[in-house]
Design a protein around this ligand. Sequence first.
Ligand code: BG6
Length: 523
Amino acid sequence: MSAPPPVAIPLRLSEHLAAPVEPLKKGDPCTAVILGAGGDLTRRKLMPALYHLLHDGLLHDDFSVVGAAREPLTDQAFRDRMRQAILDSTEVGHVPDATWDRFAQRIHYVQGDMTDPAFFAAVSARVAEFEKESGRPRGRLFYLALPPSVYATAVEHLSATGLVPRIDDPAQRPWARVIVEKPFGSSLATARALNQSILKRLAEHQVFRIDHYLGKETVQNLLVLRFANSIFEPIWNRRHIHHVQITAAETVGVEHRAGYYEQAGVVRDMFQNHLLQLLALTAMEPPVAFRAEDVRDEKVKVLRAIRPITPATIDDFAVRGQYGPGAIGGLAVPGYRQEDRVAPNSATPTYAAVRFLVDNWRWQGVPFFVRSGKRMARRATEIAIQFQRPPHLMFQNGGRSFAANTLVIRIQPNEGVSLCFEIKVPGVDVKMTSVQMDFSYANVFGATDHSAYETLLLDAMVGDGTLYARSDQVEAAWSIVDPIVQAWSAEPPRDFPNYVSGSWGPGAADAFIARDGCQWRQP
Ligand code: BG6
């Protein structure tokens, strides 16, 4: 019999911690240039994030942003579009005129074809104008919001025009940096080639490979939880932890991205980047300092300790799935194969569950079950650490089973941390039930519309790469997922679609985790 759901005990913030905290950093003087500013990312994430940074006083007074895209637009027309985008973005809500005016005068537009050297010359002229007006050295930040196929060419042009010269000393001013969007390659070989091409022209510290998961508040909190508290680290190992479950469940389907997703599938789309980042942060050794290189060194070390999965062992380590028709929130939704621009016999997995084993002293024998799927029952991303059960249980509990202690880090939604433990139910019998000590960000700090992109853009402006992926880390992650992708494409699935939209994934995934005596959580 399964244990009853735990009762929640909310946690409050102690008063000395509730005091307002002064911002620790502010962007350097700089010009940010978004290459590919006509796309969704600029409207939905980048401009709202920059607006918010300005609103919160985190941008330097000496800051301009240039949108660059193919469409002919005046500065004013681009500003009007961006105002609408900020209004539409769920993260802002309303735009006070005074703040907007301060932001609008910093927004500019350059039109052109991103493969044409003349376009880069036009950007160069515009950037030089701002630098001249400003009368002091200004950094340059280029955001490649472009199709991945042109990342390498864009960097070549940026380098050839002198917009982003190679700078070997990270302390040199003014600086020049490039943010590269995901996906970074589509395999180990392509990621390696892209790294080589970029690093021929730029130094590693100039390259910011973005993974928006790392900007999420609770993901950063994982480091604080582990390394700013003394109670967790002594039990954060194979002696006390039975297994770890990392879930990224989405209710959305493939949306309008079938062109990309048909080629990518869930392993490239979610595992290579976001999920392996979460695993690395959960499993890594304590870094010696909260500095980019120290944190990233530890992350790479743990990724390298993951036991390789091979085509011969794939069935012991992974299960794949694809959603069929079903219902989400009471509304009927089509199956993946019925989505626009998806092949009617598509073999692309929209769900995967993988058992990762980390071959080092801390984690020997502790499985990390990692799963992600589209069109699942609920939207929930979390890391659940399940501790060992007591070695001997002296309580009878009326023959009922009881839950193992579990620490859950909720990444989204309802960001927070909870600890599930057993207590005695009041009364003459010794009956146990599970309760949860629950810390919720919203209850303690109130609702916040701070987005991951704000954190990450500000970090790039101050040259902090801690929350960005380094070249070796990206390659280590590809070498873990490549064999899974290859094994699955060599062996077409026989049972797709194998889960109903609105469910918790294929039945095979339940049998898969049960082999280790575990059960999936339903967040
Ligand atoms: C993106 C993937 O990187 O992350 C999408 O390409 C996915 O397929 C998204 O939906 C999930 O991000 P979030 O922040 O909504 O969890």
